[in-house]
Design a protein around this ligand. Structure first.
Ligand code: HEC
Ligand code: HEC
Ligand code: HEC
Ligand code: HEC
Ligand code: HEC
Length: 240
């Protein structure tokens, strides 16, 4: 992983210094923050080697996301399923489907299907699924649902990117995670909504969390909620 942020970065006292060092000043950061020209590919929807439908499998058949994305709670990457996982059913189901020959070909040759990657953060930004699948401790345990970052996958015939995955997007949630928290049992639920009791609990849980770049780390807001200073201490959480 490219280390573009040196160790001293962690000790940087404030945004002002960041501005001086980079040379462009605060305006530069404003551009990163609001303009975020990198990877704004909401809607990206490449053609896949098989016409695999989430609407059918995750929606109609209600197969849990983790049956196929098995690493999502254990590591940085959710992972895509192996041919074997599909074959658990398709060695029997729909054997004569005109859509499935590439699957059987992959099974026969042992060559993996080349699923086209859709969601991708650049190498210099660290993302970890498992860190979002269970946050807080004990009584104050909660999670971020797949739906919050990927949309209603259970209704998509073809998966499309649903959120910008920009730095501003990460930080919007990190500075106020409460509205996006849900019970751990509801990680993969689609269409889940908080009731009043949960919303209050989530407000409390959020005060126990400290995601990188969160306002609790050091940033301050003005009277209208505008960002005055930003916590540089949080940069190294995502730029390691
Ligand atoms: C039966 C297996 C299966 C199930 C169940 C399943 N998926 Fe997938 N998923 C796949 C496969 C195969 C791909 C790669 C092809 C594609 O993008 O459609 C994929 C791709 C994805 C992607 C895009 C990955 C990328 O490249 O960025 C997301 C996001 C995703 N799944 C989320 C979910 C969620 C959320 C659920 C549960 C609601 C779910 N999946 C259920 C098999 C599955
Ligand atoms: C838990 C069982 C199960 C798993 C796992 C599973 N499928 Fe399916 N799949 C089904 C069922 C059931 C159908 C629908 C059969 C029907 O329409 O009657 C289906 C239908 C399909 C179809 C549509 C076939 C057609 O002709 O309409 C495709 C394509 C497909 N699956 C691909 C995949 C791929 C690729 C994987 C692995 C990523 C996978 N499936 C994993 C059960 C499964
Ligand atoms: C906090 C936001 C967030 C949540 C919650 C989330 N994802 Fe992701 N997901 C991302 C981001 C960001 C990427 C791109 C990551 C990268 O490039 O390393 C991604 C990539 C993926 C990918 C493709 C690359 C990989 O990691 O294998 C799959 C599949 C996926 N997510 C499935 C899921 C499933 C299933 C869930 C719920 C169990 C889920 N995600 C929950 C943000 C999220
Ligand atoms: C919808 C809300 C949400 C979004 C979007 C989100 N996060 Fe988070 N993230 C959280 C919460 C809540 C935590 C706090 C975890 C804790 O305190 O245990 C967290 C924690 C983290 C951590 C700390 C993990 C650790 O090992 O300590 C990293 C790194 C991180 N997020 C990176 C990202 C990146 C990069 C993105 C954007 C691509 C992103 N997050 C998007 C809610 C979110
Ligand atoms: C919550 C995680 C997170 C935190 C905290 C964070 N960033 Fe980022 N940053 C990202 C992600 C994700 C991207 C990539 C955005 C994209 O692909 O559009 C990014 C991109 C950038 C870029 C653009 C690099 C380039 O040339 O493309 C710069 C510069 C940057 N961040 C600086 C900072 C600074 C300075 C801080 C501290 C004030 C910071 N980041 C804190 C997640 C984070």
């Amino acid at each position: 992983m490219a280390q573009i942020f040196p160790k001293w970065w962690n000790q940087t006292p404030g945004l002002a210094l960041f501005g001086t060092v980079v040379g462009g000043g605060v305006a530069t950061f404003g551009l990163y923050w609001y303009g975020s020209p990198w990877h704004t590919d909401v809607g990206y929807k490449p053609k896949q080697p098989i016409e695999y439908s989430h609407k059918l499998h995750a929606g109609d058949l209600a197969i849990d996301c983790r049956y196929c994305h098995a690493y999502v709670e254990r590591g940085p990457h959710a992972g895509v399923p192996s041919t074997q996982t599909c074959m658990n059913c398709h060695s029997q189901v729909k054997k004569d489907s005109p859509k499935l020959p590439p699957l059987y070909e992959s099974w026969k040759t042992g060559k993996s299907l080349e699923w086209v990657r859709i969601h991708k953060t650049p190498d210099f930004a660290y993302f970890n699924h498992s860190a979002h699948m269970g946050v807080g401790v004990g009584e104050n345990r909660a999670a971020i649902g797949c739906e919050t970052c990927h949309g209603r996958i259970d209704t998509m015939e073809v998966v499309a990117q649903n959120q910008p995955l920009s730095m501003a997007w990460c930080l919007d949630c990190h500075s106020d995670p409460a509205p996006n928290l849900r019970p751990v049992e509801a990680i993969t639920a689609m269409g889940w909504k908080a009731d009043l009791t949960w919303s209050e609990k989530a407000r409390h849980i959020a005060t126990t969390l400290n995601p990188p770049g969160s306002l609790s780390a050091a940033a301050k807001r003005g009277p209208n909620g505008e960002l005055l200073t930003y916590a540089t201490a949080g940069c190294s959480g995502c730029h390691r």
